[in-house]
Design a protein around this ligand. Structure first.
Ligand code: SAM
Length: 345
């Protein structure tokens, strides 16, 4: 096992059998997590970066089969934040110590290119020492360019699965794997710190798909990697499927850290949702980012991607003091800085 993790951290390619062993083999997983933690400390020490997550709209034109805010779900009430509300979130976040704001939302037709451009410019004018991350789904390359020119620093767009046939089982026909990959390439070329990522335990996912995800990460080398368990939402076609497991998700976090030693890897809300210690365990397995919720309290429950999504306690921006304590208890410290990725080659 140690030989494999060393080779992975050295950037080597592994065979199918070697990947299969790392993902589902019978070995002491604590050793894998320990090794991932060592690699993370090499580049980032004990720093944990915090991002203020602002969920700007729960309207979505897409129909991802796993997602609670998919357009076919008529059972949720939708909201869209106004510019002033977003700026008020940033103000509160800045005072709390956040130096990155993540604007995430469904693919909302009301979000014109100019509207997003203006918000990005305003945030960057007011908080020039902060980074702005966008996570607004697939858009034409020109939109990404305009927002980058306006000052957006990073973009999160999970690839969801690196297997084309699997992608087709998680999305309706009009949402294509090729388009998703094209968007990711565009983002990277434009100059964004780019985030990819995937769900663990999504319906129809086999070890083959996870191997494809790892190979994609090795080849695309994103600056950020978001990995969380799939969690069913009761109003989606995948309502009856089981959630992804904590252990398997931690393994994928650790393998991603080894494959991409310099990446920014969040301990995701989904992990915190399936297990009370999920976030701390992810930090100990190679993650180095947490993204507490900075959305207005009255809309938090409405951004329901999956059932029982955590948005209180340490998942909430107001719970930052408690979060700091639990980060310290896990052996790390919350850094007040933009927390950019260390230079990739
Ligand atoms: N619309 C943007 C996009 O597609 O990138 C950002 C919002 S989207 C809801 C953010 C992420 O939520 C997705 O990339 C997906 O991986 C995750 N997600 C959606 N439904 C989920 C579920 N049921 N369980 C776990 N994660 C889920």
């Amino acid at each position: 096992m140690t030989d494999l993790t060393d080779r992975l951290a050295a950037g080597e390619e592994l065979s199918d059998d070697e990947w299969r062993f790392l993902i589902e083999g019978d070995y002491e997983k604590q050793l894998l997590f320990y090794r991932a933690d060592e690699v993370r400390r090499q580049y980032y020490g004990t720093d944990v970066y915090i991002r203020g997550l602002i969920e700007i709209s729960s309207y979505c034109r897409n129909d991802c089969l796993y997602c609670g805010i998919r357009r076919s779900n008529a059972n949720i009430s939708r909201y869209r934040l106004a510019e002033e509300e977003i700026l008020a979130c940033c103000k509160q976040g800045y005072e709390l110590g956040f130096r990155t704001f993540v604007l995430q939302g469904g693919e909302d037709a009301h979000h014109t290119t100019a509207w997003v451009e203006e918000i990005v410019s305003h945030i960057k004018e007011k908080y020039s020492d902060c980074a702005v991350t966008l996570s607004l789904g697939e858009r034409p390359r020109e939109d990404y360019e305009i927002w980058y020119q306006a000052g957006a620093d990073r973009y999160l767009l999970r690839h969801e699965t690196a297997s084309r046939s699997h992608y087709g089982k998680l999305h309706p026909q009009e949402q294509t794997y090729l388009r998703r990959m094209e968007c990711l390439r565009n983002l990277r070329e434009i100059g964004y710190q780019t985030g990819a990522g995937f769900m663990v335990g999504s319906p129809f996912q086999r070890t083959e798909e996870l191997i494809a995800d790892m190979r994609f990460l090795q080849e695309f080398r994103p600056h950020m990697v978001g990995i969380g368990p799939f969690i069913p939402h009761h109003d989606t076609p995948f309502a009856g499927y089981p959630a992804g497991s904590l252990q398997r998700t931690l393994i994928m976090v650790a393998l991603s850290r080894l494959a991409l030693p310099k990446a920014l890897i969040p301990a995701t809300t989904a992990l915190g949702t399936i297990h009370p210690q999920g976030r701390e365990l992810a930090l100990k397995a190679g993650a180095n980012v947490v993204m507490p919720n900075l959305s207005p309290v009255n809309v938090r429950g409405q951004y329901s991607l999956y059932d029982n999504k955590a948005c209180t306690g340490q998942e909430a921006a107001e719970g930052l003091a408690a979060l700091r304590e639990s980060v310290v208890a896990a052996g790390y410290r919350v850094a007040v800085s933009r927390g950019d990725a260390v230079q990739t080659e």
